[in-house]
Write a protein that binds this ligand. Sequence first.
Ligand SMILES: C[C@](O)(CO)[C@H](O)COP(=O)(O)OP(=O)(O)OC[C@H]1O[C@@H](n2ccc(N)nc2=O)[C@H](O)[C@@H]1O
Ligand SMILES: Nc1ncnc2c1ncn2[C@@H]1O[C@H](COP(=O)(O)OP(=O)(O)OP(=O)(O)O)[C@@H](O)[C@H]1O
Length: 277
Amino acid sequence: MSVTCLSEPAPAKLNLALHVTGRRTDGYHLLDSLVCFTSLGDELRLSPGPLSLSIDGPFGDGLAVDDDNLCLRAARLAGADIGICLTKNLPVASGIGGGSADAAAVLRGLERLGHALPADLQQLGADVPVCLASVPARMQGIGERIVPLPALPPLHLVLVNPGVALSTPQVFAALEQRENPALPEIPDFAAAEALIRWLRGTRNDLEAPARHLAPVIGEVLAALNAMGAGFARMSGSGATCFGIFDTAPRAAESAETLQRHGWWAMATELAQPPVPG
Ligand SMILES: C[C@](O)(CO)[C@H](O)COP(=O)(O)OP(=O)(O)OC[C@H]1O[C@@H](n2ccc(N)nc2=O)[C@H](O)[C@@H]1O
Ligand SMILES: Nc1ncnc2c1ncn2[C@@H]1O[C@H](COP(=O)(O)OP(=O)(O)OP(=O)(O)O)[C@@H](O)[C@H]1O
């Protein structure tokens, strides 16, 4: 029997804009979000079964290898016996979709090995459908309505996490205004400047409740602006924030400076679209 091992990247998810537009009767919130993915992310390797998980990487110690791990839940949902190695490069519970990205990467890998995708992906997490696509997209509903967008212009990004884990349900619970306007129409952006102009007319509605729970987020945003970011905002339910810089060297230099605060700060770019086949 041939032994097949494969690797699958799990890019970090960024909510460039995130509007909360309502709430369903089951308590889930309706969202309207411009989502993109970065070349920085976790890494998954799949090898023939039985079902198992090992975790390494800079944030591996913060994540228990238990049955609830989203990698194992994804494999069980797909009915697959598979050995999974996860290199955890992204901080846990940090608003950049680490768990959802990992689950989606396991499902993408299993699909390459001939497994069918499970029907109800959202039982793994609201962000799993958009992470499965891992391309720039408008995300609506509670995360199930995904409209892929034309490629975004190149962005020189810095991601900063101050080391405070935020619980997504707690951030949603602390939201004061649940019915906000939808995103303005999303044009085809010719350059980063046009995207930044558009972003200035949008919000992350979860930023205020997250800052209430973790005031250090305000310090992170101020530090990104002080470093010369053309735009800075929190992603998802926080606490990770992103800054958009003019050039890759300025992003790299800013990340290095921000690390001196004791924060996780990484320069990155938008993920390249997956190569078909
Ligand atoms: C805030 C976002 O990061 C934006 O991309 C996501 O919507 C969160 O996605 P996620 O972490 O995959 O979220 P889940 O694990 O499905 O949900 C965690 C909890 O967040 C709240 N939740 C999540 C998504 C959503 N549309 N409305 C919600 O109210 C619910 O209390 C839910 O129990
Ligand atoms: N493989 C995984 N990676 C990260 N978290 C996981 C994983 N499996 C289970 N979890 C659990 O999921 C919870 C959310 O973690 P995650 O890193 O996905 O949050 P997040 O970045 O805030 O996600 P989102 O941006 O989708 O809200 C954590 O409490 C963690 O214990």
